[in-house]
Ligand binder design. Structure first.
Ligand SMILES: [Zn+2]
Ligand SMILES: [Zn+2]
Length: 171
């Protein structure tokens, strides 16, 4: 629980930094993301009229499952501009920002996490992790391009133009 003591707010606001258990993220049953350490927060709460404005940064080390190779890898998700406002009157002594910290961090988890830019993923045929080693499966057929036939024809001058799609509309 990340609670800020609102009674401590001075003219310059009140700055709190520290760590909070990664359990706050409530990822115990999540299939693709796990907490991998303490959440770091550095927040400043200030008064603005009837509101308390909290801004700062929060970050959490996570273990995410790569959407291509299904291996877990370590990363850190960051909210670099946490910014939320709360009604002053409702928080005379303490303001609990746990829910907003959790929600903002969860929003930063990528929809298709990748363990590395060029992750090769798993072979669709045998399931081999292609980052570790290639498998013996035949490579998938390259996509048929309508220009492929034309390219072949150009490559062999003198040969008759190919039949089929690439020659349509040229006569
Ligand atoms: Zn991967
Ligand atoms: Zn394979």
């Amino acid at each position: 629980m990340i609670r800020l003591a609102t009674s401590q707010i001075g003219l310059d606001g009140y700055r709190v930094d520290g760590e909070e258990s990664g359990e706050l993220l409530d990822l115990a049953n999540d299939p693709v993301a796990r907490a991998a350490g303490a959440i770091q927060y550095d927040l400043t709460v200030t008064r603005a009229g009837d509101e308390l404005v909290v801004q700062g940064t929060v970050a959490a080390p996570l273990s995410l499952r790569c959407s291509r190779c299904a291996q877990f890898f370590s990363t850190t998700v960051r909210v670099s501009s946490f910014l939320h406002a709360y009604e002053s009157a409702k928080h005379p002594e303490f303001l609990d920002v746990s829910d907003d910290v959790r929600e903002d961090l969860l929003l930063e988890i990528p929809g298709f996490p990748l363990c590395r830019d060029g992750c090769r993923g798993l072979c669709a045929q045998c399931g081999q992790d292609l980052n570790e080693s290639p498998c013996g499966c035949a490579p998938p057929e390259p996509e048929a391009s309508p220009w492929a036939v034309l390219d072949q024809w150009k490559a062999a001058p003198g040969s008759p133009p190919p039949r089929g799609r690439a020659s349509q509309g040229r006569t």
